[in-house]
Design a protein around this ligand. Structure first.
Ligand code: TYD
Ligand code: MG
Length: 461
């Protein structure tokens, strides 16, 4: 009988200790230590074996310029929105981790693109969470009935590695890494050791056999990817699939990408027959009607400009200290803008509640939204509508001045494409915006917040 022992592992940095600590002694994170039972002999022999096999490969270094590089031919995932987020398609031999809340549609997305890719590549879908018949049922629901897609329902990592080696697909999907189990290690599926070892084994195989792996990862209730941080370091790209479960659109974002830009964004809509792409998401985030408190901004997510409506509601407060609530915008940002308005527009907002929301449940982190936020707040406060077909773009400095923001050309082109007629932007950005001759949109370049709001709302403080 093998003797088991208990170790304590930090879920964030993967450090191991013999004793429980409330705070990791290695990375300093609180409450990140979990207890795990390991079987020392098999665990050690496994590690020694893998170290040894690495040494046997006997690879030597070489000058970087002398290396033969095969031009990487990316695999088209069948969905332009997914390709964009991946930086132009799936790279052979790469590991992509897709995280997201339960029920958001990760399995659906991967089953759909697996079916598309199976039209011209060999694809293996490994489900560790559902049975084959459940996956087949979903596949039929998606309206598919003929495909070369191979399916395997298995949780044992050894058997999965075997099948990957035997079948040798171009692309494999693993749903999910938290459900995999290595019999040689202790602990339940999803524990730190299991996730770390199973994903490391998959990575070794993917790199050596040049198989592109798409792996589903669960997220914790704080929205972090479950399991050790090493998982995120190990993979080539981390994507998150988000969205309001009550709204139908879903947003795919890049958190990390070794083969493309981060902050890219893809938009899908969940329908009765699966996910469909939304190539023009701006239309999703714009409301048709105009009312006091609504302002339109153009935010940039990676290389993608998005026109978005912001809504503000300013109401006399009935509390001792006024309420400030922001949905989709950082609370501190709102406080800062309110302070600038109070100081530089001479408006007392201390007796008013302020609610701010981004339409469509989107999150906007960019400072370029500042001017739009200020305009929405003042529009609601003054009960005056902002002019129609107008976008506001700009960062607000603490001194009330407007700062320029990046990718102004891209934003203006998107506004133009959507039929906006006027753009209120910082003066500094104006120099290069003048250069574009055939611009149809009317540009109003201003240098301070009061100038901007004067034009937008026709108010002098
Ligand atoms: P699923 O893809 O299993 O999510 P995850 O793998 O991220 O946990 O589930 C997606 C949800 O979407 C599920 O609650 C049912 C719903 N759904 C649709 O609305 N339309 C569809 O065509 C499918 C397949 C699922
Ligand atoms: Mg699933």
């Amino acid at each position: 009988m093998t003797r088991t022992s208990t170790i304590y592992i930090c879920q964030i940095c993967g450090a191991e200790t013999k004793q429980f600590f409330g705070r990791c002694t290695s990375c300093g994170t609180w409450n990140s230590i979990v207890e795990e039972v390991v079987e020392p002999s098999s665990y050690r022999s496994k590690q020694v074996k893998s170290n040894h096999s690495n040494r046997l490969e006997g690879k030597r270094s070489a000058p970087i310029s002398s290396l033969e590089s095969d031009a990487i031919k990316r695999i088209d995932s069948g969905y332009k929105e997914l390709d964009r987020v991946l930086g132009g398609g799936l790279v052979p031999g790469s590991l992509v981790l897709i995280g997201g809340d339960p029920g958001i549609g990760k399995s659906t997305l991967l089953l759909q693109c697996a079916t598309e890719m199976a039209l011209y590549k060999s694809v293996l879908y490994i489900t560790a969470e559902e049975s084959s018949s459940q996956v087949q049922l979903r596949w039929k629901r998606l309206g598919k009935n003929e495909s070369n897609l191979h399916l395997l329902a298995e949780t044992n990592i050894e058997l999965i590695l075997n099948e990957l080696e035997e079948f040798h697909p171009d692309v494999a999907i693993i749903d999910s890494v938290q459900a995999l189990h290595d019999g040689a290690l202790g602990g339940t599926p999803g524990s730190v050791t299991q996730v770390r070892e199973c994903s490391a084994a998959l990575q070794r195989l993917a790199k050596s056999k040049n198989i592109a792996l798409l792996i589903v990862g669960h997220v914790t209730k704080e929205g972090m990817l479950a399991g050790p941080k090493v998982l995120e370091h190990l993979v080539d790209a981390v994507l998150t699939f988000e969205g309001d479960r009550f709204a139908s659109h879903r947003i795919l974002r890049t958190v990390k990408n070794r083969f493309g830009a981060t902050n890219e964004l893809g938009v899908f809509e969940m329908q009765g027959t699966g996910l469909i792409e939304v190539p023009n998401p701006s239309e999703l985030f714009l409301s048709a009607d105009n009312a006091p408190g609504i302002a339109t901004i153009v935010a940039c997510e990676g290389t993608r400009p998005l026109a978005i409506d912001l809504q503000a509601l300013i109401n006399k407060t009935s509390y001792s200290s006024p309420r400030r609530t922001a949905t989709g915008i950082e609370g501190n940002r709102l406080h800062q803008i309110l302070a600038v308005i109070e100081k530089h527009m001479n408006v007392g907002l201390s007796h008013f509640d302020c609610y701010l929301a981004v339409a469509g449940g989107l999150e906007v982190e960019e400072p370029a939204a500042d001017l739009g936020i200020a305009a929405a707040v003042m529009s609601s406060y003054k009960k005056v509508e902002l002019p129609q077909r107008t976008v506001l773009i700009g960062e607000i400095g603490l001194g009330g001045q407007l700062r320029s923001v990046g990718q102004m050309q891209l934003r203006l082109r998107e506004a133009e494409r959507l039929g906006f007629e006027t753009a209120i932007i910082p003066k500094i950005s104006n120099q290069d915006t003048q250069k574009e001759k055939d611009r149809k949109i009317n540009i109003k370049a201003v240098s301070t917040i009061s100038e901007a709001l004067d034009i937008a709302l026709n108010i002098n403080s």
